[in-house]
Design a protein around this ligand. Structure first.
Ligand code: NAD
Length: 252
């Protein structure tokens, strides 16, 4: 589908933009005319992603940053650099996240802190840093990445659905708080998506998962990026506080 021009003149920051869903969001935003700052956890992976995108299209206007996302000071500094480079920040995609699969008996308290630090505190830090910029410029869009398990839970790795339920709470609350500043806040709740995480699963497990998906296939990163594009665009100008399920109606 030709989406060229949908985000013309807009600028975006995408966390976890170096691979998987985040990379698909970065590519989709660039193809739609946005300038994008992709954010990764290490300079090497950021540089690799930038080189790949530039090879795909030398005209893409893309830069890289890698602050510690749960450190508000580092995030605010990095976002100020993006604002200086692009002049404004219109879209923030809070996508970086990690999963968990340990049973409660094996779950180390420090691993629970780790997942909360990235999946929840980073969303808080990035949203706080960008809200100050967006308020000043008269508006913007924040899109968070939830998960279908925020609704269903999962049978191990309880920190993951707990973190994604917190993302839903942040989304609903910030939509109400920031709406008067013309900042829309929504979330996408993906189902099972073909990224490194799912590709590493045994084939029979993937077959069992697919049996729970009425559309009969796992989702592709592009399926999620399309939802991000809709929410980031002016087509979603009255969509605020939504948790958009993009899971093929998976029966969990
Ligand atoms: P992925 O593992 O392919 O990518 C994760 C991204 O997060 C990477 O770009 C990585 O650099 C970044 N990241 C990881 N640790 C980081 C850290 N400490 N600091 C900064 N960045 C860090 O995963 P994905 O499947 O593309 O997942 C992206 C988002 O989608 C996550 O929030 C995940 O919870 C969510 N999600 C994924 C699925 C799925 O089936 N793949 C389903 C529901 C929700």
């Amino acid at each position: 589908m030709n989406t060229a021009g949908m985000l013309e003149g807009k600028t975006a920051i995408v966390t976890g933009g170096t691979r998987g869903i985040g990379m698909a969001v970065v590519r989709t935003f660039l193809k739609s005319g946005a300038r994008v700052a992709l954010c990764g956890s290490r300079q090497e992976t950021v540089d690799k992603a930038l080189a790949q995108l530039k090879e795909e299209n030398a005209d893409y206007d893309v830069m890289g940053i890698c602050p510690n996302l749960s450190d508000y000071g580092q995030v605010a500094e990095a976002f100020a650099q993006v604002e200086e480079a692009f002049g404004h920040i219109d879209i923030l995609a809070n996508n970086a996240g990690i999963a968990a699969k340990e049973s409660i008996y094996e779950y180390k308290p420090e691993d629970f802190d780790k997942i909360m630090n990235l999946n929840v505190k980073a969303v808080f830090s990035c949203s706080k840093a960008v809200a100050e910029i967006m308020k000043e410029q008269g508006g913007g869009v924040i899109i968070n990445t939830s998960s279908m398990v925020s609704i269903y839970g999962q049978s191990s790795g309880c920190g993951y659905p707990a973190s994604k339920s917190a993302v839903n709470g942040l989304t609903k609350s910030l939509a109400r708080e920031l709406g008067p500043d013309q900042i829309r806040v929504n979330a996408v709740a993906p189902g099972v998506i073909r990224t490194d995480m799912v590709a590493a699963l045994p084939r029979d497990m993937v077959e069992r998962l697919v049996a729970t998906i009425p559309l009969g296939r796992v989702g592709e990163p592009q399926d999620i990026a399309n939802a991000y594009l809709f929410l980031a665009s002016d087509l979603a100008s009255y969509v605020n506080g939504a948790i958009l399920s993009v899971d093929g109606a998976t029966i969990s």
